[in-house]
Design a protein around this ligand. Structure first.
Ligand code: SF4
Length: 55
């Protein structure tokens, strides 16, 4: 069985270039499963800073 984070979350996460293998994905909320693989909502997600669009 494997637990992995939702890919689209990682794409907008500030930590996406870090290695996240050590994170406890098994303890995170499951978003979807096919019975073998589990897609979880990563609780370590940090939204990437957006460029200043106020100007
Ligand atoms: S912290 Fe979570 S959401 Fe962010 S890159 Fe790592 S696994 Fe993906």
């Amino acid at each position: 069985m494997t637990h992995r984070p939702k890919g689209s979350m990682c794409m907008s996460c500030e930590r996406r270039l870090a290695r996240c293998d050590h994170l406890p994905f098994r303890e995170m909320p499951v978003l979807r499963t096919d019975g073998t693989d589990f897609m979880v909502r990563c609780t370590y997600y940090v939204r990437e800073k957006q460029e200043d669009r106020t100007r």
